[in-house]
Design a protein around this ligand. Sequence first.
Ligand SMILES: [Zn+2]
Ligand SMILES: [Zn+2]
Length: 188
Amino acid sequence: MDRISWDQYFMAQSHLLSLRSTCPRLMVGATIVRDKRIIAGGYNGSVSGEAHCLDDGCMVVDNHCIRTIHAEINALLQCSKFGVPTEGSELYVTHFPCVHCSKSIIQAGIQRVYYAKEYKNDPYAEQIFQAAGVDLIAVELDEAILDRKYQDKLNLTVSLLKELEKTDVSEDVLQDLLQQTRSIYTKS
Ligand SMILES: [Zn+2]
Ligand SMILES: [Zn+2]
């Protein structure tokens, strides 16, 4: 089996972190990497000890949930709390950073930002990243790398559909199943 690339490895880590998010509005994960080592990680959640959006609901002001600290900031604060330099490091994040996080990312000396999904990309954020010489690189997570039985499942599904084709199942039902199979087994 092939080894996964560093980009996929760090991006998978950020997606794993996003599953710890406490705000249902958007689940974000961020990983800070230096010299191919993970130095910090974060997800969007409340200040330690405070209520979680998942339990008490979001606190929405001007269409933003103000209860949470964003994933990127939480990762940077972890570095600040434990005295870990971020100069020249790289960030892997599940969603394109908001303008506030973008400013902090630049100011912390992060050199490269890998993001999995475009998300309300702020033109000012893009402008200051460019001016600061921070590279922005889109890296989609290939979820198949996390599923070691991916190929077996695909092969089994294809053979099941072929067997089904031999029966008197209606063309509509078959097409619908083929469509669902494609959407599950194709990269999103
Ligand atoms: Zn919230
Ligand atoms: Zn943010």
